[in-house]
Design a protein around this ligand. Structure first.
Ligand SMILES: NC(=O)c1ccc[n+]([C@@H]2O[C@H](COP(=O)([O-])OP(=O)(O)OC[C@H]3O[C@@H](n4cnc5c(N)ncnc54)[C@H](OP(=O)(O)O)[C@@H]3O)[C@@H](O)[C@H]2O)c1
Length: 283
């Protein structure tokens, strides 16, 4: 079977299209036929060898942290946060997976796990958004942002989102009450919570802090400021995301679909700033 692997750290050319044996599930594991994986910015860090402290890996390493696919033994449609989904098949612990949303094409569910879990945990666990609160979501145009805007609206918050012109309409359609162009500023103030979903420098962090009311909370998934966290897998939260999608409360916005063999090109596009939103990759 095909597996898109790295044998060493480096630029996108280290991503190899390898022919490898199909893995076999051990106790508690299932073999999944991959319908799709999706690209996440952390894949670049993994490929470059920059995340060895946070996400230690062994080489050769198969990329792909999100999966949607079919359990070979049972035919169940599942999705989850995994390792090695940039392949035709992968093995994963059954307990880490959830049933995929029934109302969207299976491959699109690959856009959900990492981005959706990160947004869920930012909105509900770390910001603890309550109805009527005012939240500023910085980086709303990205993969995490698409879920964060919709989940914050679902929590009953008033959502001010930052987006550059290429993402403004998408973010508005996801329910943002106000969209501010971060390339022009200034950002409005008085937020009960600021969710920072963009890799920003000190000047922009100061601007985000200035947007908080006294006692407001800054949550960051990128630079280590305020309440900083690394999202964990949580199949219960995946199931809740699937239920909200099936109920029509939130939407999965897939902005690109590419053959898995183009993974290195997708990395190049991401590094050049040519990707926006979620891109899925189909084996
Ligand atoms: N801690 C964790 O567990 C965790 C989990 C997932 C992701 N992350 C990190 O969170 C970040 C977002 O992930 P993602 O998947 O959403 O990435 P993404 O799809 O690449 O989105 C990033 C978005 O940030 C916006 N942006 C870029 N520069 C900005 C700036 N200076 N100010 C405001 N917005 C800016 C861009 O929006 P426009 O399109 O509007 O220009 C872009 O679409 C990445 O750095 C990722 O590594 C962390």
């Amino acid at each position: 079977m095909r597996a898109m692997r790295i044998h060493r750290y480096g630029d996108p050319s280290v991503i190899q299209d390898d022919d490898v044996p199909q893995p076999e599930p051990g106790p508690g594991e299932v073999l999944i036929r991959v319908a799709a994986t999706s690209f996440n910015p952390s894949d670049i860090g993994v490929r470059r060898g920059l995340l060895q402290d946070v996400l230690p890996i062994e080489l050769p390493f198969t990329l792909g942290g999100d999966v949607a696919g079919t359990v070979v033994a049972t035919g169940e449609r599942v999705f989850g946060r995994v390792t090695g989904a940039a392949a035709d098949y992968l093995v994963a612990p059954a307990a880490t997976l959830a049933a995929a949303p029934a109302t969207i094409p299976l491959a699109q569910a690959a856009a959900i796990p990492i981005a959706g879990l990160t947004a869920w945990q930012a909105v509900f666990e770390h910001a603890g958004l309550q109805p009527g609160q005012r939240v500023l979501i910085n980086g709303a145009g990205g993969g995490v942002g698409g879920f964060a805007v919709q989940l914050a609206k679902h929590a009953g918050a008033y959502v001010i989102a930052t987006a550059s012109p290429r993402s403004a309409d998408v973010v508005r359609n996801q329910g943002a009450d106000e969209v501010v162009d971060y390339t022009r500023g200034p950002l409005p103030g008085g937020a009960d919570a600021v969710l920072n979903l963009a890799d920003v420098g000190p000047a922009q962090v100061a601007e985000l802090r200035a947007g908080l009311r006294a006692g407001g909370v800054l949550v960051s998934v990128t630079v280590p400021v305020g309440v900083h966290f690394v999202a964990r897998n949580d199949p219960g939260q995946l199931a809740e995301l699937a239920a909200l999608i099936d109920a029509g409360v939130i939407r999965v916005d897939v902005s690109g679909s590419r053959p898995l063999t183009e993974l290195a090109a997708v990395h190049r596009d991401a590094e050049a700033g040519r990707l926006r939103g979620k891109t899925i990759l189909i084996p």
